[in-house]
Design a protein around this ligand. Structure first.
Ligand code: PLP
Length: 402
């Protein structure tokens, strides 16, 4: 899905732009909206966006900033109070952190992009999950490096550490991790994290760990999935990227951050100066309230996602030819439809198209996350119950109609 610049373009675009790809979720959302504009009813299970409102005390903190004229530039790396609150939240997880290590960004994506720009050289090889968040290969190619996809274990969808070990070459420089994982809901356990740390140290790698779903886990014993940043042996090589979009239902506020080793903090702040000057002051004030205020809203939301997870996963597993492992975190079900689709010879992209066009269900083909997503569908249960019911019956009818 790469785009090639042509000589007939009036403006000659730089070659690096051809490496960028878009995001399937946003493309399908646009198509679904077009159908709705023509009067069709569509169940939106394509975008990863909580259907909850931002908790009122967070909204109030943002509104107060607006009312009081707290709307000027902040330091590029973020308001000192917010950087301190973020460092405090990281320390509370047992990871030593100082505010100087925190770079606040307008959402998680810029934090990921800057992390890639800061650490990847042209010609490097970059390990990333397949299926995985489509921005990782996009950013990788943009820097002139080569994406090297690694798989997930089929049963629990944890990163396949054996495969990662086999893929490492002298050119491997960066490892992208994402736990809990989009699109599968897989996570990591302490053993996986330790095995990865050993590889990272032995092969002198940098890790960019995307923990945007860190708070959304269904593990009764741990509030968060373990992080590589917690291990002293590799801490100096790990960049943690996290944000407020998912945990605090703040997707449109645009607030995220990178937590980086002190050695690169200043250069990361320089990327912020060059890229966006500073993150919106209003969003940063709201972020302080999110971290320092009551956390019940997060717990209630995760509890509701857990209930939806049970409903969705058991309904999917009741459909003949469909299997869906139970996600350990995030709010995505990633059912395997291969047995149901194989007799009809239908590819998952075609199935997802028919699901939208004929049954009014906007879901994502697994291939939107890489070739190894073939035969799978991503369903976001951050969508409300009504949309989920509609989506589940639509999937069933669409399979029957094949
Ligand atoms: N990382 C992953 C794995 C995601 O799934 C998403 C959003 O879907 C993001 C990053 C982007 O987060 P934000 O909206 O804060 O930029």
């Amino acid at each position: 899905m790469t785009w090639t610049p042509t000589n007939t373009d009036r403006i000659r675009l730089a070659g690096r732009i051809s490496g960028l790809n878009g995001e399937g979720a946003l493309d399908v959302l646009a198509r679904a909206r077009a159908l709705e504009a023509r009067g069709r009813r569509v169940a939106h299970v394509e975008v990863g966006e909580p259907d909850f409102p931002t908790p009122p005390h967070i909204v109030e903190a943002g509104a107060r900033a607006l009312r009081e004229g707290d709307t000027r530039y902040t330091p590029a790396a973020g308001l000192p109070e917010l950087r301190a609150a973020i460092a405090g939240s990281i320390e509370a997880r047992g990871i030593p952190a100082t505010p100087e290590q925190v770079i606040v960004t307008p959402g998680v994506k810029p934090a990921l992009f800057y992390s890639a720009l800061a650490t990847i050289e042209p010609g490097d090889e970059v390990l990333l999950p397949d299926p995985g968040f489509p921005m990782y290969p996009s950013f990788t190619r943009f820097t002139g490096a080569t994406p090297v996809p690694y798989g997930l274990r089929p049963d629990d969808r944890r990163p396949d550490v054996d495969e990662i070990a086999e893929l490492i070459t002298p050119r491997t420089r960066v490892l992208f991790l994402n736990a809990p994982h989009n699109p599968t809901g897989g996570s990591v356990d302490a053993v996986t994290v330790e095995r990865l740390a050993e590889l990272v140290e032995r092969h002198d790698l940098v890790v960019i760990t995307d923990e945007v779903y860190g708070r959304i886990t269904y593990d009764d014993n741990h509030e968060r999935a373990p992080s590589l940043a917690a291990l002293a042996s590799v801490r100096e090589r790990v960049i943690v990227v996290d944000g407020f979009s998912k945990a605090y239902a703040m997707t449109g506020w645009r607030l995220g951050y990178a937590f980086v080793p002190l050695a690169i903090a200043e250069r990361m702040a320089m990327l912020a100066v060059n890229g966006h000057t500073c993150t919106a002051t209003v969003a940063q004030r709201a972020g302080i309230a999110a971290l320092t205020g009551p956390q019940e809203a997060v717990r209630d939301m995760v509890a509701e996602f857990r209930r939806r997870r049970e409903v969705v996963v058991s309904a999917l597993n009741r459909i003949p030819g469909v299997t869906c492992p139970t996600p350990a975190g995030a709010f995505y079900a990633f059912p395997d439809l291969r047995k149901a689709l194989a007799p009809t010879g239908t590819r998952i992209e075609v199935f997802a198209d028919r699901l939208l066009e004929d049954h009014g269900v906007a879901a994502l083909a697994g291939t939107a996350f890489g070739p190894r997503g073939a035969g799978h569908l991503r369903i976001s249960f951050a969508a409300g119950r009504e949309a989920l019911d509609h989506a589940l019956s639509g999937i069933r009818s669409c399979l029957e109609a094949l």
